[in-house]
Design a protein around this ligand. Structure first.
Ligand code: SF4
Length: 333
């Protein structure tokens, strides 16, 4: 059976888990093409205009997979992976949203509800409804989940060592070693790059921001490179919690970066039409005043031009480098 995985949204966090899980069950995993202008346009065409850009892109990826003759497109309904926290409503309604947007997808959506307190989502009860559809036993399902969970934790471990998601995947698949990756890095300044994985790791959406910043001599850190304990220490116990899981991670990591002396500045990449980011982005902006850290927001939409983004990033990086050298020379106290 051919299972399609849209290369969009939370794919950038859970792909190793899903790949391992389905392959352990003997399925062929088919991933949609890398995001392109044509793919986005197909998504925009079928999606309500007022929704956030990542959802339009997601629909483009579903359409792309349907053209690859997959039996099913896997679209889990992410509800909660931690106590008292939920996913953004668009994630909770995603399978329905696709079902009523793309007529041809209706009968080919493979969905389950992800609920519980495990970030690896691997509580077998979440996945049990797949047994009948994929014709596998509960025993096979549990074994596949166990292997997938181990593989995913290994991938997360590499991320927490400071490797980007792509690098962590390459190390997991033995395509590159840690040393090979590290030997190519050199950096003059460090920038905390904030944003959901689907905004900063989709090369079309972010316009390859990570390689571009690295070529400017910037060391990048992102939220998924931090340990959970380090992030959760950031918000005072009595402060009001952000209850969208990944928005909270972005906010907490921003606090870590603000306090960290080695981080020279922060960039927040956000998508046009994102509700949670309209709150979280403001909170980070206020924190940047308190901690006196250079901070910039880049808002991307389906029409954002590459030159516009790069000019802003270059100016920001340049400003931080000048500030750093002036500090070193004692010109700024
Ligand atoms: S968190 Fe924001 S960008 Fe992500 S799906 Fe929700 S509204 Fe869209």
């Amino acid at each position: 059976m051919r299972i399609g995985l849209p290369r969009a949204l939370i794919f950038y966090y859970y792909y190793p888990l899903w790949k391992s899980f389905f392959e352990n069950l003997g399925m062929d995993v088919v991933v949609s093409d890398v995001t392109s202008k044509e793919l986005i346009e197909k998504g925009i065409k079928v999606t309500v205009p007022e929704i956030c850009v990542p959802i339009k892109i997601f629909n483009g990826h579903v359409i792309n997979l349907l053209s690859k003759n997959v039996d099913y497109v896997f679209i889990p309904r992410f509800v909660s992976i931690d106590r008292g926290e939920w996913f953004c409503p668009k994630f909770i309604g995603l399978p329905d949203l696709v079902k009523y947007t793309i007529e041809e997808a209706k009968e080919r959506i493979l969905t389950i509800d992800i609920k519980g307190k495990r970030e690896d989502t691997c509580n077998w009860r979440n996945y049990r409804p797949l047994c009948n559809i994929l014709h596998v036993s509960e025993k096979q399902l549990k074994k596949a989940l166990k292997n997938a969970s181990e593989y995913w934790h290994q991938f997360r471990q590499y991320s927490m060592e400071g490797f980007t998601i792509e690098e962590a995947m390459q190390i997991c698949d033995n395509k590159l070693t840690r040393n090979q990756i590290l030997s190519q890095r050199s950096s003059e300044i460090t920038i905390g790059l904030l944003g959901y994985v689907y905004n900063i790791y989709d090369p079309f959406v972010s316009m390859d921001i990570i390689p571009k910043m690295r070529s400017m001599g910037v060391n990048i850190i992102t939220f998924e490179m931090l340990k959970e304990e380090e992030m959760s220490r950031q918000l005072p116990r009595k402060s009001k919690n952000i209850y969208w899981t990944f928005s909270k991670k972005i906010h907490q990591s921003a606090r870590v970066f603000m306090k960290e002396r080695n981080v020279d500045g922060l960039i927040h990449v956000t998508a046009f039409g994102c509700g949670p980011d309209s709150i979280v982005g403001k909170m980070i902006e206020l924190d940047s005043d308190v901690y006196q850290k250079p901070f910039m927001t880049i808002r991307v939409d389906e029409h954002t031009g590459e030159s516009h983004l790069i000019t802003r990033v270059e100016a920001f990086v340049d400003m931080i480098k000048r500030k750093k050298y002036s500090e070193k020379r004692g010109e700024i106290a």
